[in-house]
Ligand binder design. Sequence first.
Ligand code: NAP
Length: 500
Amino acid sequence: MNSLICTPITETEAAPFLAAMTEAEAVADAIELRLDYLTTDALPVVLHHLRERITRIGKPLVLTFRPREQGGQRDVSLAERQEFWRNLPPEIVAGLGFADFELDLVESFAQAPPPVPWAKVICSWHNFAETPATLTAQFERMARTPAAVVKIATMANSIGDCLPLLDLIERRADRPVIILGMGLPGLLTRVLSVSRGALLTFGALRRGAESAAGQPTVVELRDLYRATALSRASMILGIIGNPVGHSRSPRMHNAALHAVGKEGVYLPFEVLDAAAFIRDFVRPATRQLDWQLRGLSVTIPHKLAVIPQLDFVDETARVIGAVNTLVVEGDQLHGYNTDCQGAMNPLDALLDVRGARVAVIGAGGSARAICHGLRQRGADLTIYARNLDKAQPLADEFQTKLAALEQFAGQTDVVINCTPIGMHGHSEGQTPLSADKLHGIKLVYDLIYTPQETALLRDARAAGCQTLGGLAMLVGQAGEQFRLWTGSEAPLDVMWQAVG
Ligand code: NAP
């Protein structure tokens, strides 16, 4: 059987449960009916419907009736579970694809014929707290049962927990397996397991309908990560950071890979310890995973921490003092910073900054990348900062003028906001410069991309300035990364559409 994306149905009432089944038929390869989610009144209604309809459902069905202590939604004893499966109407038993029996249930049927033929039984085991060191022994115990499929799902508390889980897939011999790490650090297993031989992976019908933590939606698995179209030879890219759940990079890079016809995937990797991740997952000589990892985006808090791990750091990244892009070149790891080029490309397209007076607002990481790019282009720079002592080293390094933010009085050609003032979730609606100071300025560039139009940009437009939003830099730096990893020009319009 080909690898599948299976959607769990997690509604509690009969009508929405049946409606969700119809919806799932349209988007998933297989459907898991989580009968344990149903209320006592709804369960017989759904079973009656199934009995009538099961032969007409176009997708393989997995039936599950999980007890609460094993992560299910129902308080049922082992005896009650045995009775449930024994009483299942024969039409349903004949029509279902698989029945998910927890390991204790499988073992309880070891001496007697099971109510569902072993050829249809998934033997499952879940650990919602951790991925224990005893994983292999657990797998071997399950593999000794007569069940057709072995399923193990454990909590991945860190990305390192994905390694033993993916290793289990290699041990599957001739028996299909379903192996998953729960939680965001386990996403890697949910996307890659099927390309490495697992029978299926689970995708929720929609956000909020997940049957376990960290479960992506079926549409994400199918259209964003293209999980079932991947193979062992697929190029792997990703972003390391913490947090990474909010990152827009997977949307941009996966859309770009698809648009240029490159077989590959770009994944968010929630990484706490960059050095350990590079040792175990990235460096070809030491990594414990046999995969075609080509490169990584590097974000907060790892942009500095990765530098000692690299064999080569390019000139721009050295000057900026941060690496946002890692490329695996043969046995070596190379570091780059594409923020500078990514920020400058859209600016260069609008204006020649040579000799122009440019006010850089803020003196943090992005200001450093901007100052480097502007210095190279011969702009006349002034940094405006709230804390002059903190900003002085940056002004010294790039030989710029330095002034207090409240002293900004206009009289400049370009303003670039490199602070978070005005950003969604920080200070949306606020602006670092009052509107009356913007008259006569040619171009106002705000690096913030949420919202796309900040209060600063709105005021600037009203004052007759040309404006540029942060999405241009976001897409620009991602485009430079894409070129470094793939050697192909990035489809910037596709990337823009994916995040715009
Ligand atoms: P950072 O390293 O933390 O630097 C932020 C700078 O803003 C610091 O100089 C900080 O001053 C200053 N600042 C913060 N709050 C301020 C306030 N209320 N008043 C005055 N100054 C304030 O951050 P970053 O990495 O440079 O990022 C800055 C912003 O750029 C982010 O919010 C993000 O939206 C945007 N960005 C966009 C892209 C893109 O691709 N479009 C890329 C990177 C960053 P202190 O040192 O005194 O705290």
